[in-house]
Design a protein around this ligand. Structure first.
Ligand code: SF4
Ligand code: SF4
Length: 105
């Protein structure tokens, strides 16, 4: 699982709006990154789906992870404000997890 988190952080932190110019996370101790918090679930959800349609992954994200995070799939203020790293970079996250799974298989 470390390999997945490492691959995600390498490729996403550097482009994340919550990082500095060197790719270091600027979040405070009061905030948390949903990618880090839900890494195990994210990997399991992504690898449980075989589809070329990103909507299948997005639906699973909402049903299996957002439910646990905010208690509901549909409404999330952070998502609506583009403030959730997991939601913001989800298509890229799916791609990175699928690529990483091939290299660890
Ligand atoms: S919020 Fe998450 S993805 Fe963004 S810089 Fe921080 S750790 Fe990386
Ligand atoms: S979109 Fe909202 S509910 Fe879903 S993981 Fe992000 S913060 Fe949690």
């Amino acid at each position: 699982m470390d390999k997945y988190l490492q691959a995600l952080k390498e490729k996403i932190c550097s482009i994340c709006v919550d990082s500095d110019e060197k790719g270091n996370c600027k979040m405070t101790n009061d905030e948390c990154c949903a990618i880090e918090v839900f890494i195990d679930k994210i990997v399991n959800v992504v690898l449980s789906i075989e589809s070329e349609n990103i909507n299948d992954y997005v639906n699973a994200l909402h049903q299996k992870i957002c439910i646990e995070c905010r208690g509901q799939a549909e409404h999330c203020k952070l998502r609506e404000d583009v403030n959730c790293s997991l939601d913001r970079y989800f298509p890229l996250i799916v791609e990175i997890i699928r690529e990483t799974s091939k290299s660890v298989a």
